[in-house]
Design a protein around this ligand. Sequence first.
Ligand code: ADE
Ligand code: ZN
Length: 324
Amino acid sequence: MVPKAELHCHIEGAVSPALAARQAAAYGIDLSAIIVDGAYRWTDFTEFLHVYDTVAALFRTREDYALLAHDYLTGLAAEGCLYSEFFISTDHAEMTGLAPQAYIEGLAEGIERAKAETGIEGRMIATGLRHGGPEAVERAARFIVDHPHPLVTGFGMAGDERMHHPADFVRAFGIAREAGLRITVHAGELCGAQSVRDALDHLAPERIGHGVRAIEDPALVERLADEAIVLETCPASNIALKVFADYPSHPFVALREAGVKVTLNSDDPPHFHSSLANEYAIARDHFGLDDAALTKVTRTAIEAAFCDEETRTRLLARLGDGKA
Ligand code: ADE
Ligand code: ZN
């Protein structure tokens, strides 16, 4: 099995419909509007965000989140994944009345339990929601800086890229960066190359979530390669959300051939009928990567991981590609 690593998954987006149904039964919630025939039902990004929020609202205690992180990470480990970084959202905890500290402690407990059972390493990236606006994202950054946790190693921004401008979030990202958190930001998914350029210019991330629409501007592709910006690409997500029509028109191969550092990620796997193993299978079947090339993608992800150097060295040694 090819060793794998994941840098881009939203933990609330990783809830399987079966787990959502169990939580809904426990809390007496009717999910028939969002789960049909065992699958999430939405038609566009706005509706997807609504379903995402509805599912997140089924997790209300520290234990609920420990269960979720444990469930997700043990599943990943079974797919051959050595390392997982997932996005967390203290805003979603607050929406259900759960204290953000309890949310983080629960997730951390799930990470530790999964590691003890399978060896998988986990880290968390705190995020603000772009559609919540600059004050909300600044509040999310301030919270995580004021309540540091050793497993929360990065800060990012998800949500609706069509709203606000990266310049509006300079203060929020400055707060996170000054505290030593590593930076990634979603861009170039719902909006085009200019959105990626603006994110780089104003927020100076090391990594970009998606970033795939950079392909619309060859000069920007060259900049990504020159500056060694790592793209957290999520192919199945892009097809499901109609960012690209199909895999032949997805720019993964073109970006890789242009020297851009690309990684493979599942984003919100059950919403896109995907998994990390499926993303690697897509790269093999549609993008022509063999085992050595796929292992190289994993190496790129671990090199770009927001973890300490000792952990990174240990993970790289497990790749079995003779390069550690
Ligand atoms: N939040 C969860 N999934 C997302 C995506 N694909 N883009 C932006 N925000 C998200
Ligand atoms: Zn995402």
